[in-house]
Structure formats: C-alpha cells, structure tokens
Write a protein that binds this ligand. Structure first.
Ligand code: GUN
Length: 297
C-alpha cells in the first residue's frame, strides 16, 4: 500500500509554475494575474480564498481579492464580473461558491467570460471537457488526474467508480476518466444518493473516487483488494484533540480501507493541496493565453 503524497506533488508543481513565471518575466511577458471574488464571511470560503491568494504570491502571480458583504445585490455582483471580464490585466478570475441565497450561482458562472473562467465551471468549458477539447478543467478532478500521472497509476481499461455527482467534482471526473486520452480510458460508473447497491458496485471498482461529502462513508467491506482509493471529502468534525476544535475527515474510513489499497490519498494532504495548484496551473494557461491559441474560434 502506498500513500499518495499530494502535498509533496503540489510543492513540486508549485516550483515548476514559479520557474515558468520567472521565464515569462525574463522574456518580457506580463505576470499572470488571478482575481477572486468573495461574498460574505463564510469561514470555509474565507480560508480557501486566502490560501489561493497566498499560493498566487508563492508562484509569482499577481492577485486581487474583491471582498463584498453578503447583502451585495445580484445585479451589483454581475457588474463586478463584467468589469473583470473587460479588464485586460486580469487573466483569470473565480467567484468563490457558495453564494448567498439571493444570488444565483448559475447566473454568476454564466456571466464569467469562459476565456477567464479558471475554475472551469462555465458551460462552455464543461462542454469542451466533456468532448475532449482543450479547456479549463475543474481544479479537483484536474488535480486527481495529475496524481494518477505522477504516480504512474494505470487507468486504461480500469473500472473507475465515482461516488457523488456534483458539478465541481463528480461530473467532470466522470467526463475526464471516460476520455480516450490518458489518464482516463476507464469504464466509469457514477453512484449517488439514489443508487441502491453502492456497496456491490464499489466492490467491482479498480479505482474509487469518493466525493460525496459524507464523513467516512467508504468502509473496508466496500473495497476490493488492490484498489486505488481517492478521497475528496473534507468534512470538519468536532475534536477535543486539536487547537482549532475540529479535525478534517474524508469520505473514506482511512484506517480500515488503507491496508486493502494499492494506492490511497490521505485527508488532509492528499487531494486538497492539488486542487489549489490546479487553479494555479489554469491561471498560468490563462496568462499564456495557451487555450485561446487552440480555440476553434
Ligand atoms: N467552492 C468550493 N470549491 C470551489 C472551487 O473550486 N471554486 C470556487 N469558485 N468555489 C468553490
């Protein structure tokens, strides 16, 4: 059994991106610039966005954080998006989700110019990914594919079972794993809250991607010997053993599942660090206008 060290791989990629930025600057090119819109004061979202801003600094990107109170109107937020769409200095931007209830996530996502949509959430990017065209790929699935690549984990012809059908992880993960390109070329099954026989399906899996948001859902009796298990879950549960008063728990009951696996990601330190680094990779692509050159338009 091998524990996949997402923290280590993310640190390596961070250095590769920083090197590319140094080369861009030496060649007289502009520093890539990521902007982030944050609405309100959700603790989780504030933490995620500040890590994104910090990582921008570490790789040499310019970053701009636009923080609005939760009573900002949908119209005002859409105007801010329009400004970022038109700002030639901003290569890519994200709007941290979830948004307050009076603002439509989907309206906001569709207002972002898909050429600056480094989250890969815009329907044009989602559509391109689903038919195998170059596009901004949602950060968590992109990070998982990078782990498969760097650990040389075979995926071709394997049965990949994805637990969860979110637009951010489950659906794009399924689209990527079924492409003919590598990593991918897998047979894909997506399970969700209405799947009656999840245990039987998981037992047939060579690769399991657990992205349900259900703490310690995947147990040892659901995993075939030698399977690859990727844990996307990050639930906070109360703990009297940590200073913060909580600890992060994945969707996998790690202690009992790990001995069965050929590879497994821990929580924390597995998929999490790869997600932010994939956003940085997308921002680098945006800064280099790499995808636009491949655009069919
Ligand atoms: N909320 C949870 N994950 C994400 C993400 O990857 N991007 C954005 N914009 N919001 C999120």
């Amino acid at each position: 059994m091998k524990i996949i060290d997402g923290k280590l791989i993310a640190a390596q990629i961070k250095e590769e991106i920083a090197q590319e930025v140094r080369e861009m600057l030496a060649a007289g090119q502009k520093r890539p610039h990521l902007a982030a819109i944050l609405v309100g004061h959700d603790g989780g979202s504030e933490t995620y966005v500040s890590s994104k801003v910090k990582t921008c600094e570490e790789v040499g990107f310019k970053s701009t954080l636009l923080h609005f109170e939760s009573d900002i109107t949908e119209e005002a937020l859409l105007q801010q998006i329009d400004l970022l769409n038109k700002d030639a200095d901003v290569d890519g931007f994200i709007v941290q989700l979830p948004l307050p209830k009076h603002i439509s996530d989907q309206k906001v996502i569709e207002a972002i110019d898909y050429r600056k949509d480094v989250d890969g959430f815009h329907p044009i990017n989602v559509g391109k990914v689903s038919i195998g065209l170059p596009a901004f790929v949602s950060a968590t699935p992109a990070g998982i594919l990078e782990l498969f690549k760097r650990y040389e984990i075979p995926t071709s012809g394997k049965h990949c079972v994805i637990l969860g059908r979110s637009n951010i992880v489950g659906k794009p993960m399924a689209a990527l794993m079924m492409q003919k390109t590598l990593p991918g070329d897998s047979t894909v099954t997506v399970c969700h809250s209405s799947t009656p026989n999840i245990k039987e399906i998981c037992l047939q899996a060579d690769i399991i991607v657990a992205a349900l948001g259900s703490p310690e859902f995947l147990k040892a009796d659901m995993v075939k010997k030698g399977a690859v298990v990727i844990d996307v879950g990050t639930s906070r549960v109360a703990s009297d053993k940590t200073k913060s008063g909580f600890r992060l728990v994945g969707d996998v009951k790690f202690d009992e599942v790990a001995p069965l696996c050929s590879y497994i990601t821990p929580v924390p330190g597995g998929v999490g660090p790869m997600t932010i680094i994939s956003l940085m990779r997308n921002t680098l692509l945006a800064g280099k206008k790499s995808l636009l050159n491949k655009d069919s338009k």
